[in-house]
Design a protein around this ligand. Sequence first.
Ligand SMILES: NC(=O)c1ccc[n+]([C@@H]2O[C@H](COP(=O)([O-])OP(=O)(O)OC[C@H]3O[C@@H](n4cnc5c(N)ncnc54)[C@H](OP(=O)(O)O)[C@@H]3O)[C@@H](O)[C@H]2O)c1
Length: 336
Amino acid sequence: MIKAGIIGASGYTGGELLRLLVNHPDVKPELATSRSLAGKPVAGTHRHLEGFLDLRYENPDPEEIRARCDVVFVAVPHGTAMNYVPELLDDNTKVIDLSADYRLETSVFEKVYDLNHADPRTAVYGLVELHPEAAKEQLVANPGCFPTGAILSAAPLAAAGLIDMAIFDSKTGISGAGISPSGTSHYPNIAENIIPYKLTAHRHRAEIVQELNRLDGNLRNISFTPHVIPTIRGILTTAHIFTKEPLSTGDVQALYEEFYRDKPFVRLPGVPSLTAVRGSNFCDIGFEADAENNRVVVLSAIDNLVKGASGQAIQNMNLMFGLEETRGLWIPATAP
Ligand SMILES: NC(=O)c1ccc[n+]([C@@H]2O[C@H](COP(=O)([O-])OP(=O)(O)OC[C@H]3O[C@@H](n4cnc5c(N)ncnc54)[C@H](OP(=O)(O)O)[C@@H]3O)[C@@H](O)[C@H]2O)c1
């Protein structure tokens, strides 16, 4: 059995890692850290895990975590993971970082996050559908939630060199902001409301730019605007992709079918919906071509806590340990 540790286990992605790992046939959750809840039962705060997990939160040093675990998921805020990762890595321990700390080139990270990087090493960007080479790595940078949906929505058109301009308009559920309450998550503020934020300069834009530019180095016009909506989970992205030539919906269908052939977690079911992916690791994509305007409208839906975070991290772990990509993750959504 693979012994797994989670740093930041009391948060939302930590809880979701545990929910998925307790049912993974090859993994034993070994250690769950929290500084504020050390000594308390994990199921005391993650109530949905009652009866599935007999762990208590701990707060050991990285050396002990490394000694006790084959894989460590780092599920802490950006700027924090870089203080743990260097000490976790050794020949026998693999690390999957869910924060932004290793996703970008160091110089880009420092500019976008306005922070000095304490550990300027590079890691593979663990969007499995684009970077299967993550399987060979000891450290993988798990992608951001918005970038996962946005990049997957546009990747086939970018790889074909067809994009002139891409505008990503994303709506996220409130769990994307983590477990700490805020003005945005306060019920009267978010219920029956939609809250746009970071209209032109959300940090996740840098990941979208980085990855689409790896597919098409000439692609320049990339915009991204997020909104918070009154759901708990899920990200629906509407991508307005202006193409260099008019395309039909059939052209787009053929391109996406080919690009995502043998990618088990990308489905092309027509117009996607959040309820059809909630709780699952799927990214559902739908599209319609507007040939008159050289535009393709592409929609993607993911669960931000699963394909946008913890499920994708386990997808990476599966490949890093030579397991089937779908191991422990082949579960349908919780619709309705
Ligand atoms: N929420 C999402 O949908 C989502 C999606 C993709 C990626 N991510 C990324 O995943 C990471 C975790 O997100 P989350 O939503 O799970 O956050 P969260 O709900 O706020 O939980 C953060 C966890 O980190 C611990 N923590 C906070 N500061 C720490 C520190 N300095 N050292 C060690 N532990 C610390 C907290 O517990 P204690 O304070 O008790 O130690 C808590 O368990 C973030 O980097 C986030 O950007 C989140």
